[in-house]
Design a protein around this ligand. Structure first.
Ligand SMILES: NC(=O)C1=CN([C@@H]2O[C@H](COP(=O)(O)OP(=O)(O)OC[C@H]3O[C@@H](n4cnc5c(N)ncnc54)[C@H](O)[C@@H]3O)[C@@H](O)[C@H]2O)C=CC1
Ligand SMILES: Nc1nc(=O)c2c([nH]1)NC[C@@H]1CN(c3ccc(C(=O)N[C@@H](CCC(=O)O)C(=O)O)cc3)CN21
Length: 296
């Protein structure tokens, strides 16, 4: 099923993101974690392409397993910055062969090597180039792309960032998912600015439950996202107590999600980080809101 058709249903739902294993030996553990999340019946699931150090070859394997054995609509990530055209074309063929209908088209994070060596000889520079190739692949993919309520850290200003975002949508992105936001007001004002700029596709807020103190630094480094004082207080107070921090993080994320639903947002994407207990904790907190079918 295409994600865009799920988003058009205009029904409140949650989707969850997982990442592939970092090494071969952890494949079975990651597979089991992603299956436990699939059993919660989310509207769809996304699998990153090597984010958090995961091995990108496993992205399709995890996506295929959840799609065919658990009947979950799957969104497979693909990043281009550190790939050759040949590799990307091969990955596109692999996705076609696997029956994957939804692709999240990303540039990918700059590695220290890419930063040190410059990017002059890279085959790709921006996600829009990947979106154009996916459109040209004759596979009728539903395409997702990333967006940044607080602007992308490399962008000089928000107007410039939104200009490039619009190019991604014009090139064929069907929907957008935001970088993690910890303050919903930032999401809402961003959404107004997108509509004002003529970007009219669905925009899914991305919510990252912070359930242990170590995640804070990593999340800030990846995203640069603003963390409100009341969120920081919670980490200061409960960060050293794993169970307490997990509970507080689940409740904070739930509170954001309820506020998004209450203000008319229907689909929320949760960076669930291969943690079934966190995904389940959030779902239980909104079970009556979503109805008996739970997330989907
Ligand atoms: N769910 C996920 O896994 C998410 C991942 N990310 C990551 O964020 C990073 C950035 O990826 P994308 O947003 O896909 O990159 P992108 O290529 O769309 O944008 C990256 C930067 O380049 C600028 N830019 C874009 N097109 C340009 C053009 N034609 N000329 C000049 N500047 C241009 C943008 O304004 C932005 O500052 C990646 O590491 C991605 O993996 C971000 C959000 C969610
Ligand atoms: N710039 C950027 N790159 C991404 O890959 C990315 C985003 N932003 N934003 C949205 C999601 C969130 N992602 C994340 C967020 C946190 C970790 C992280 O904390 N990784 C830990 C390991 C966590 C674990 O094993 O449980 C690490 O140390 O890498 C990884 C990916 C992936 N996505």
């Amino acid at each position: 099923m295409k994600i865009i058709d799920i988003l058009k249903q205009d029904k409140m739902s949650l989707s969850f993101e997982v990442f592939p294993p970092k090494k071969e030996t952890s494949f079975e553990n990651v597979k089991a974690a992603t299956e436990a999340i699939a059993k919660l019946n989310p509207a769809f699931m996304s699998v990153t392409y090597g984010a958090g150090g995961g091995v990108s070859q496993y992205t399709l394997e995890i996506a295929k397993n959840l799609k065919y054995n658990f009947n979950i609509p799957m969104l497979a990530h693909l990043t281009c910055i550190s790939s050759t055209k040949e590799t990307i074309h091969q990955r596109i063929e692999d996705m076609k062969a696997a029956g994957i209908k939804n692709v999240m088209a990303l540039r990918g994070d700059l590695t220290p090597e890419l930063i040190a060596n410059g990017r002059g000889d890279c085959d790709y520079h921006h996600a829009v180039e990947l979106i154009r190739e996916l459109k040209a692949a004759d596979a009728d993919f539903c395409i997702g792309a990333a967006c940044y309520p607080e602007k992308h850290p490399e962008s000089p200003n928000q107007a410039e960032d939104i200009k490039h975002l619009k190019e991604k949508v014009e090139a064929g992105a069907d929907f957008l998912t935001t970088q993690m936001v910890f303050d919903n007001n930032l999401f809402f004002s961003f959404l107004y600015k997108l509509r004002d700029a003529g970007v009219n596709c669905p925009v899914l807020p991305g919510i990252m439950p912070i359930t242990n103190a170590n995640q804070v630094e990593r999340a800030i480094k990846l995203s640069g996202s603003f963390m409100p004082q009341h969120f920081k207080s919670l980490v200061d107070k409960f960060g050293s107590d794993p169970e307490a921090m997990k509970q507080a993080g689940i409740i904070y994320a739930t509170d954001q999600i309820i506020d998004l639903y209450a203000n008319g947002i229907t689909n929320v994407h949760v960076y669930s980080m291969n943690k079934p207990d966190v995904a389940e904790g959030i779902l239980k907190n909104v079970s009556a809101i979503l109805g008996k079918n739970f997330a989907g």
